[in-house]
Ligand binder design. Structure first.
Ligand code: ZN
Ligand code: FE
Length: 254
């Protein structure tokens, strides 16, 4: 079995290190220094870098890590990733033999045009697409694409552990409560998240079951969210994609 450890970087990034006490795979190393310290402390040998998309806060450490270690760099085939050796797309699988872990690759465009996720061992590494109680901004895609990508992730098993890349949960929960005031599971989650953040603890991983119950961006077919988005838009929104687009815009300025 393996552990998944959050290495903190910048203001609110997590660099996930998947390891079995000997070998480690590094997900989205935006910075190398904290990762190198952790590898050294734990005496881990890195065997792969896994990038979800091209943004600098997810790839900025690639070059420095490769100056210290030789290993493959996996990432989206359709984006410019520093030092990429294995370009991936939907239906590809990453075999991490040293960790006895296979990761399936999912195309999830929207935040960026080529964004991918890795799924395996009940764990989902989804970069800046699905966040705990939120979702990423739409920079290079359309609302339709982002919605479809989120639905694809939501179709994975309920007990999937969600490892996203930013600690945005508290702000996301505030927005979720604004748009769905009467959700008791969300109210309970808000209490837990506030307590965790008060002690500077990570709120991740989340589970897909919890996201489906509380994340407004996965609940665009629910009457409460259709009503909230319609009120904000000043007109009746008919379909989940319009509801999603309105909620995403609302959150951008919340
Ligand atoms: Zn990003
Ligand atoms: Fe990011």
């Amino acid at each position: 079995m393996f552990n998944i450890h959050p290495v903190r970087a910048f203001k609110d990034n997590y660099i996930w290190v998947i390891h079995n006490q000997h070998y480690a795979a590094i997900v989205d190393p935006g910075s190398a220094s904290a990762v190198l310290t952790y590898l050294q402390q734990q005496e881990l040998q890195p065997i792969a870098i896994l990038n979800t998309h091209h943004h600098h806060d997810h790839t900025g450490g690639n070059v420095t890590l490769l100056q210290a270690f030789t290993m493959p760099v996996y990432g989206p085939a359709n984006e410019h990733i520093p030092e990429l050796t294995h370009g991936l797309r939907e239906r590809d699988t990453v075999h991490l033999a040293e960790l006895s872990l296979d990761l399936a690759v999912l195309d999830i465009p929207g935040h960026t045009a080529g964004h991918i996720a890795y799924y395996g061992g009940k764990s989902l590494f989804c970069g800046d697409t699905l966040f705990a109680c939120g979702c990423g901004r739409i920079f290079e895609g359309t609302a339709q694409q982002m919605y479809t990508s989120l639905q694809k992730l939501a179709s994975l098993p309920d007990d999937t552990l969600v490892y996203c890349t930013h600690e945005y949960t508290l702000a996301n929960v505030c927005f979720a409560k604004e748009v769905e005031a009467d959700n008791p599971i969300l109210a309970q989650r808000a209490i837990e998240i506030e307590a965790q953040r008060k002690h500077d603890l990570p709120t991740l991983p989340s589970t897909l079951a919890m996201e489906k119950a509380t994340n407004p961006f996965l609940r665009c077919d629910q009457p409460a969210l259709i009503n909230a988005a319609s009120r904000h838009a000043g007109k009746r929104l008919q379909d989940p994609i319009s509801v999603f687009a309105e909620l995403r815009q609302w959150k951008d300025t919340f």
